[in-house]
Design a binder for this molecule. Structure first.
Ligand SMILES: NC(=O)c1ccc[n+]([C@@H]2O[C@H](COP(=O)([O-])OP(=O)(O)OC[C@H]3O[C@@H](n4cnc5c(N)ncnc54)[C@H](OP(=O)(O)O)[C@@H]3O)[C@@H](O)[C@H]2O)c1
Length: 229
């Protein structure tokens, strides 16, 4: 039985892969970058490079993951966005963010349904799904993902456990790469490794809400209960 993680080449996804491989799980990892561009300490696991903005590449990724099934768990974690007002977005950038954060995840969930039977599906949203000024397109993509996940949780209940997990801001550098200028609030960003552990814990737990916020409080509780990770 295998775990499949997207967005595994950096940030939260990479941290999840480190944690899973360390606990002896078999992991299928995917990220946009080529295998030669992975960090030197990338864990020993299968890796498939895929640009989720390209529907043909998404279909190839789906087939690759399905061929390794059954999947014990899939975490559709990859995400991207821009920190800028709507009027400064371009039509192409809007399409790309929706393709990565929403369309690719729907395609993957649809195509992997059979190999997910008896397993779990985690969709990584964001607290921005409630609507966050400065990132309207990203917020919209995460709100749509939230609705998709809630619908699947109901539809697949009793067979596949579906959870939509919404982290608060995390110190992976994503916000800065998206164009947000660092400020004093960065000190409150969640630590990536501990947040990744909290996400896995939320997905592993047999009981729990279909949609959960992974906040500072929750990550702090996790840290208290489990030590540093
Ligand atoms: N960081 C935050 O503050 C925060 C808060 C709430 C929710 N989230 C969500 O948490 C998830 C992980 O975020 P993160 O902070 O770990 O971000 P990150 O450090 O920027 O990593 C993003 C991951 O997604 C991959 N990715 C981006 N665009 C892609 C594309 N076109 N095709 C395939 N893969 C692509 C990246 O691949 P490459 O690196 O190889 O390009 C990378 O592995 C995302 O869904 C994000 O929206 C993040």
């Amino acid at each position: 039985m295998v775990w499949f993680i997207t967005g595994a080449s950096h940030g939260l996804g990479l941290e999840m892969v480190h944690l899973l491989v360390a606990r002896g799980e078999r992991v299928l990892a995917s990220g946009r970058r080529a295998v030669t561009e992975l960090p030197a300490d990338f864990p020993d696991c299968a890796y498939h490079a895929c640009d989720l903005a390209d529907p043909n590449a998404v279909a190839r990724l789906r087939d690759w993951a399905a061929a390794h099934g059954p999947l014990r768990a899939t975490v559709l974690n990859a995400g991207a966005g821009h920190f800028r007002p709507l009027t400064q977005e371009t039509a192409q950038d809007i399409d790309t963010v929706l393709a990565i954060n929403l369309n690719a995840n729907i395609t993957l969930a649809h195509g992997l349904r059979a190999v997910l039977s008896g397993g779990r599906l985690g969709l990584i949203g964001s607290v921005a799904h409630k609507g966050a000024a400065g990132m309207p397109v990203y917020s919209a993509s995460k709100a749509a993902l939230d609705g998709f996940g809630r619908a699947l949780a109901e539809e697949w209940r009793g067979d596949v456990r579906v959870r939509v997990l919404h982290p608060g801001p995390v110190a992976t550098g994503m916000a800065e790469r998206a164009g947000r200028k660092p400020d004093f609030a960065d000190r409150l960003f969640l630590p990536p490794r501990i947040t990744a552990a909290a996400l896995l814990r939320a997905l592993d737990a047999p009981r729990g809400a279909d949609r959960q916020t992974v906040s500072f409080l929750r990550v702090g509780m996790h840290r208290l209960l489990r030590g540093t990770t």
